[in-house]
Design a protein around this ligand. Structure first.
Ligand code: PHE
Length: 453
């Protein structure tokens, strides 16, 4: 949600419901529906899925709580919040770097997020044109390949998506968005359930293959790469490590229970990702598609369902509308930190700052578009531009800022106050301390080192 609007309607946002919508709106997005399934497919299924689930609860949840807690203390943008809270705890101002890397991360992520948001938007049109009717895996695969090769249309939809993001952030039309959220988010959930039902109905035994692929432990598939990917995705999926949740925390009322609110967001986020996986993989297996298809996975599988189920064209249109909406409630949260920083560090007004940041992000997005076609062979460290942006953010920057946040929260801040603020009894406070002081920092460091090795 646009922070500008939050400021104006502070009382409204301090209600638990409004805040939850904003936080869940940022968390639930392309990460759950587009990225989670294709990563699970590439990383060998359950090894990735189960570690991701574990990390969501033992690493993501505590860091989400800490980001909100620090944000509620600081009451400013992430960089100044880190600086102020550090100073008030008698620590170095250098902690602001956690905020700075975070803002940079959100800026880089948005450049490719907007491109994929554009794909989702274009698929609304394709669904409306009946492009999926009667399609099988070959047809949807071809459709997607043609789509990726068409630079102009990728560019148009990336531009449309980025424009919509910038428009919402500049205008601060948060109230309308909040209302939209209340309809579209549950709508997305219902449609995912319908898709799961459909997949179960048509895929026969492939449904059970899919469940097995996703959830039956297969530890031989586990690798440093898969674990690092799962960690990075836990951060990405909860919008952590970018100061975004910290910024939202500054709007939290004193009486909001951080632990239970954070648990709700984590559970919601996980449910959407799981539903998406359970809807997609049966179709993958039943249609002889490859789980490791890559970023196109949902775009080649779900259209098969829409093309063959009763009422599929309407459901397809609705699905991609809801997906675009979910992507927008995340992308505006990604744009906000950069806009705010520009607003504060220069003399730009909100609108100018939005235009300037959006244009730069949009331009970077073009490089990402080209990496799917004309520049596919332009590689650095053996990765094309899209992969490189994704790797740099999810697997390096987010874990590092997450690490900074948890070290700050556990070692630099007054622990008695945190214990009181979280309403923990002495047993749970011990659990919390062991997790945040030792387990999380050590795990993140080990995974980073092991993942690179
Ligand atoms: N969490 C969002 C998603 O899963 C993406 C996002 C990442 C949003 C980082 C904000 C910040 O789609």
């Amino acid at each position: 949600m646009s922070k500008g609007t939050m400021k104006e309607n502070h009382s409204q946002w301090s209600s638990r419901m409004g805040f939850m919508l904003a936080a869940a709106g940022s968390a639930v997005g392309l990460g759950n529906i587009w990225k989670f399934p294709y990563m699970a497919g590439e990383m060998g299924g359950s090894a990735f899925v189960l570690t991701y689930l574990l990390f969501m609860f033992i690493i993501g949840l505590p860091i989400l709580v800490l980001e909100w807690l620090i944000g509620r203390r600081g009451q400013k943008n992430p960089i100044h919040t880190m600086e102020d809270v550090a100073i008030s705890e008698g620590r170095s101002k250098a902690w602001r770097w956690v905020g700075i890397i975070g803002v940079l991360g959100s800026f880089l992520i948005l450049s490719f997020y907007s491109v994929i948001g554009g794909w989702a938007t274009d698929y609304i049109v394709l669904a409306a044109q009946g492009a999926f009717e009667g399609a099988n895996g070959e047809i949807t695969g071809q459709l997607f390949t043609d789509f990726l090769g068409n630079v102009n249309s990728l560019l148009i939809w990336h531009t449309v998506f980025m424009f919509a993001t910038a428009f919402i952030v500049a205008m601060g039309v948060g109230a309308g968005l909040e209302r939209g959220c209340k309809v579209m988010m549950p709508g997305l959930g219902v449609l995912l359930l319908v898709l799961v039902g459909y997949a179960q109905y048509v895929s026969g035994s492939a449904f059970y293959d899919a469940i097995q692929f996703l959830f039956t432990p297969n530890w031989s598939a586990i690798s440093g790469k898969a674990i690092l990917a799962a960690l990075g995705h836990a951060f990405f999926s909860l919008s952590l490590g970018m100061g975004i949740m910290m910024a939202y925390g500054s709007y939290l009322g004193k009486n909001v229970n951080l632990l239970s609110t954070a648990s709700t967001v984590v559970i919601l986020d996980v449910i959407v990702a799981m539903l998406s996986g359970i809807a997609i993989f049966p179709l993958v297996f039943a249609n002889g598609l490859q789980p490791g298809e890559g970023p196109g996975l949902i775009f080649v599988t779900l259209p098969i369902a829409f093309g063959n189920m009763a009422g599929g064209s309407i459901l397809g249109i609705l699905f991609f509308i809801f997906l675009t909406f979910a992507a927008l409630t995340s992308s505006i949260s990604l744009l906000e930190p950069t806009v705010e920083l520009l607003e504060e560090k220069t003399h730009m007004g909100r609108k100018t700052a939005t235009v300037v940041s959006s244009v730069v992000i949009w331009a970077l997005g073009i490089a990402c578009i080209l990496s799917f076609n004309e520049w596919a062979e332009v590689k650095l460290f053996n990765k094309n531009i899209f992969d490189l942006l994704d790797y740099l953010t999810s697997k390096i920057m987010l874990p590092i800022t997450g690490l900074g946040t948890v070290i700050f929260g556990a070692w630099m801040m007054n622990q008695k106050l945190i214990c009181k603020e979280l309403n923990l009894d002495s047993f749970w406070f011990k659990v919390w301390s062991i997790l945040t002081k030792f387990i999380i920092p050590i795990a993140v460091i080990v995974i980073l080192v092991y993942g690179f090795a």
